[in-house]
Design a protein around this ligand. Structure first.
Ligand SMILES: N=CN[C@@H](CCC(=O)O)C(=O)O
Ligand SMILES: [Zn+2]
Length: 411
């Protein structure tokens, strides 16, 4: 089955296959072809070019994209899409003056979601999560990472990871899975957090590896959650099972999590709302992708990741949603791209690079996803008729997407 798209106002993020991420000033450039065509064969991108030189193509289906922009689907490298229930009551508590921290200290927060998840049957967790996944696919997400971390017991963590596996089996987009058993210390381990780390490392992790339920390891390295020692211990243990780190660091405090991540060759270090100069220095020369989560900053009214400092240091940056019930009940990558421009002062070109090719890198997908490249999977967005690609982040509440294709098929 061949699909030909003609008269594309502008085809974005057209890259050679060897570009796996873009850094620093390279992020200012977004390679495009104006007045373009794009040919899809089966589930792959076969060819593209300018309408001025379009060859004779016998296509099964042709779409006229006059006035519309085509770009690769968003790559959302940090989500907690698998959860049960919601936390809208805590949202109201925060409006009435309680902080995220105060709510967590009262047994709300992650522990609240863990209780709900433990009490919800696996098929129901699956149904709730599948709905969210379908929603974000329609919003243009064509590759996603999903974490456990609302189980906090062996049984419930494995339940979450099995749900992620089932989502991968049932949906066409790539779904990467991360084991986040070290997300919060359960109430019954409050006075002996080391014993909880023992459980995660000695009991749950081997089971996760045995059932091949995760590609990555994560930990919430933060005051009041898990220490640097816990982080080193867990990441060393996970390496034995071949799980690469993608870790939560520097959300509220800079306690050395970025350095720990880099020392363990983390694929990404995520959040980074609070960054000191050493954190930026240590990332230079590493292969670790910094990941910003601006919807979380919006929802919690916390600082935004200092994108300009990161990019001016020559580093790359990826953008992701952090979709979860507590700090970011939104999986909308279009909003993330807008917030990156509005609040983090990223240019539209930088933000689109961060949300596509760099997002793909942050889940080891950039050889197959994240750009319009011959041979990559045919995951792309066709916009409505819009004046320019800058309109996408500018019109921040508007849905500018007309259709989304994953593996060459409309979502
Ligand atoms: N910060 C840690 N974990 C999630 C929030 C979890 C929650 O509040 O449920 C995050 O990335 O923001
Ligand atoms: Zn998160």
């Amino acid at each position: 089955m061949n699909l030909l798209i003609t008269n594309i106002k502008e085809l974005l993020q057209v890259r050679e296959p060897n570009i796996l991420k873009v850094s620093g000033s390279e992020m200012k450039e977004l390679p495009t072809i104006k007045n373009a065509w794009l040919l899809i064969e089966g589930n792959k991108i076969a060819d593209y070019g300018s309408m001025e030189n379009i060859p004779e193509i016998a296509a099964d289906e042709t779409i006229d994209a006059t006035g519309k922009i085509v770009l690769p689907t968003w790559c959302d490298s940090h989500t907690h899409i698998v959860y049960a229930g919601n936390r809208e009551l805590e949202f109201a508590d925060r409006i009435n003056g309680l902080s995220y921290e105060e709510i967590a200290n009262r047994g709300g927060g992650i522990l609240n979601s863990a209780k709900t998840l433990q009490d919800t049957p696996e098929d129901e967790v699956y149904d709730q999560s599948a709905k969210r996944l379908e929603e974000v696919m329609k919003l243009g997400t064509g590759g996603v990472e999903i974490k456990s971390g609302y189980g906090l017991t062996e049984e419930a963590e494995l339940k979450m990871l099995r749900v992620i596996r089932k989502l991968r089996e049932n949906y066409d987009l790539p779904v990467k899975s991360t084991f986040l058993g070290a997300h919060a210390i359960p109430k019954n381990y409050k006075n002996d957090p080391d014993a909880y780390m023992d459980l995660v490392i000695n009991e749950i992790l081997p089971e996760v590896a045995k059932e091949d339920l995760a590609q990555y390891i994560d930990i919430f390295c933060e005051k009041g959650y898990f220490s640097l020692d816990d982080t080193h211990r867990l990441l060393s243990a996970a390496r034995e099972y071949g799980l690469k780190p993608k870790i939560h660091v520097n959300q509220f405090n800079a306690i050395g999590g970025v350095k720990a991540g880099v020392e363990h060759d983390a694929l990404s270090v995520d959040h980074l709302e609070v960054m000191n100069d050493e954190d930026i220095e240590v990332l230079k020369g590493s292969q670790t992708m910094p990941v910003a989560l601006p919807s979380c900053s919006l929802f919690l009214s916390i600082p935004y990741t200092p994108a300009r400092r990161i990019l001016e240091a020559g580093l790359p940056l990826a953008l992701a949603t952090d979709f979860n019930p507590g700090s970011t009940p939104s999986g909308n990558m279009n909003l993330v791209v807008s917030l990156a421009c509005i609040k983090m002062k990223m240019t539209p070109e930088e933000a689109i690079n961060a949300a596509t090719i760099n997002g793909a890198y942050a889940m080891e997908l950039s050889e197959t996803h994240g750009s319009i490249t011959k041979g990559k999977f045919a995951n792309f967005i066709i916009t409505k008729e819009i004046p320019s690609y800058t309109f996408l982040p500018y019109a921040f509440g508007t849905n500018s997407i007309e259709s989304v294709y994953i593996n060459g098929k409309i979502v």
